[in-house]
Design a protein around this ligand. Structure first.
Ligand SMILES: [Zn+2]
Length: 135
């Protein structure tokens, strides 16, 4: 779809977010009428909705930050160092498929393990939604 969640930045599935549970309203069809509406009027309700969702205590309690994974960089790093050959860090960030591959190949014969270690340390490692791990 290519639409990103306004709350957490994860890619939206249909009109809901699999990451934080945000349910967005369907984008209005781009018709000739829509082109006549000033951009401000289209953008404003979306921004207000996002702020309302931010204030939602259940989201705050879940530790959801916009554009940042719920998964900790420190935990991922420790799992990668000690159990990376078993794919533990892959399972941790929700990449179950890759975790199983790592488990069967001892971290892609150590190569994937080493690359992941570098990615995590450099802050370029992403979770299953493509979000960077939180500090
Ligand atoms: Zn979301």
């Amino acid at each position: 779809m290519g639409i990103k969640c306004p709350i957490c930045g994860a890619p939206m599935e249909a009109d809901s977010c699999g990451y934080c549970g945000y349910v967005g309203k369907k984008e209005p069809e781009m018709t000739a009428d829509a082109n006549n509406i000033p951009a401000q009027q289209i953008l404003q309700p979306v921004q207000m909705q996002a702020q309302t969702n931010f204030a939602n205590p259940s989201l705050a309690g879940a530790g959801i930050m916009p554009g940042v994974s719920r998964k900790s960089k420190t935990v991922a790093l420790l799992l990668c160092i000690f159990l990376g050959g078993l794919g533990a860090h892959k399972f941790y960030v929700g990449k179950i498929g890759m975790g199983i591959v790592y488990l069967c190949t001892v971290g892609l014969f150590g190569v994937g393990w080493l690359i992941d270690l570098i990615l995590i340390i450099s802050g370029n490692y992403q979770d299953e939604f493509g979000l960077p791990l939180r500090q």
